[in-house]
Design a protein. Structure first.
Length: 342
């Protein structure tokens, strides 16, 4: 009896398909205009230039994913926006340090190479990098049969930025009577989706047939790089926080110095329709605030005299507004009042 020959492809891994995806990435590079090019695709590592105009450059690195928002993409069979989410989740963290995003790498793990799906995801990553003015220098695609169910995948992103030492945002510069500003989110962004999906399941909601939820739940995370870096370059802010997992309190407290409190008036928060829908599903205010951004995508700590200059840097939709101020005390964050969910 002739012995059966075993191959990598018989185990579920198709190297040829992966190679075709690499060629697709290289083709995107050749079609792009400007200086930002994929110079290292297919190599073992990615090489990029370090800006030479900084006197004391510091490297800042971040990594994140988009959580179970990938399941929303799977449900809707729509993958061209979660790549933007992926970039946003890392670059929005970089700018909190005062850093300019330089390079980005992605990691995609999937049960079986699906070129159509992967190309769609990558197009979103490219768009996110363009918005952030950073360079996609490489990544990794892992075909993992037996680890993921049919059609399932996960994505992760890795961003590196650079900041001049004198431009790093230090919490020690935050003082009493500084203002806490909220920059609006454009929706849920990429946190809290396990609870969102739990609600959809419990209420037996067919997402494909719900026009409002279909649009809101796949909407990509707002990228704040351009506006916030402009403020940093003009010395207009003292600190900032990306409002992600843990909500407003957990993220703001990370930048508040000891002996100070961000005293936040919940009555002033301008929430959005999607959060009002979530609130109607028997979620307590405390749970809403620690799970979702509730309409605030990013926070700034500023000197009151800079408020007008800061607001002029934003479009009407994302114009920052005052939600609190810095006072002396313990515990770093205090909430007053109540969000109006009506």
């Amino acid at each position: 009896m002739k012995k059966q020959k075993f191959t990598y492809e018989k185990s579920g891994v198709n190297i040829n398909a992966a190679d075709n995806f690499v060629k697709f990435i290289s083709n995107i590079s050749s079609n792009n205009k400007g200086k930002k090019k994929f110079k290292n695709i297919g190599g073992f590592g990615s090489i990029t230039d370090i800006p030479g105009n900084l006197k004391s450059p510091k490297i800042v690195a971040c990594t994140d994913g988009v959580g179970t928002k990938v399941e929303i993409a799977n449900t809707l069979n729509k993958y061209d926006s979660i790549g933007i989410d992926l970039v946003a989740m890392s670059v929005n963290d970089l700018i909190v340090q005062g850093a300019k995003p330089l390079i980005f790498l992605d990691y995609i793990s999937i049960n079986k190479i699906d070129l159509k799906k992967l190309k769609s995801i990558l197009k979103g990553v490219v768009k996110g990098c363009k918005i952030s003015n950073c360079e996609l220098v490489g990544g990794e695609t892992a075909e993992m049969p037996g680890t993921y169910e049919k059609g399932k995948f996960d994505i992760a992103g890795f961003a590196v930025g650079i900041v001049d030492e004198k431009k790093i945002l230090h919490k020690k510069n935050i003082k009493k009577n500084d203002l806490v500003l909220a920059i609006p989110s454009n929706g849920i962004h990429s946190n809290g989706y396990s609870l969102v999906r739990y609600i959809l399941n419990k209420n037996k909601i067919n997402l494909k047939n719900n026009k409002f939820l279909k649009k809101e739940l796949i909407k990509p995370t707002k990228i704040y790089v351009k506006e916030v870096l402009n403020l940093i370059n003009n010395n207009l802010i003292k600190g900032c926080a990306n409002i992600t997992g843990g909500g407003i309190a957990d993220n703001i407290k990370r930048i508040i110095p000891d002996g100070m409190i961000a005293d936040i008036d919940l009555n002033k928060i301008k929430t959005k329709k999607i959060f009002k829908w979530l609130k109607k599903n028997n979620i307590e205010d405390k749970e809403m605030l620690k799970t979702f951004n509730c309409g605030i995508g990013f926070c700034l700590i500023v000197n009151p005299k800079n408020l007008n200059k800061i607001q002029k840097n934003f479009t009407k939709e994302f114009k920052p507004y005052v939600i609190g101020k810095i006072v002396k005390g313990k515990n770093k964050v205090k909430f007053n009042g109540k969000i109006d969910w009506s």
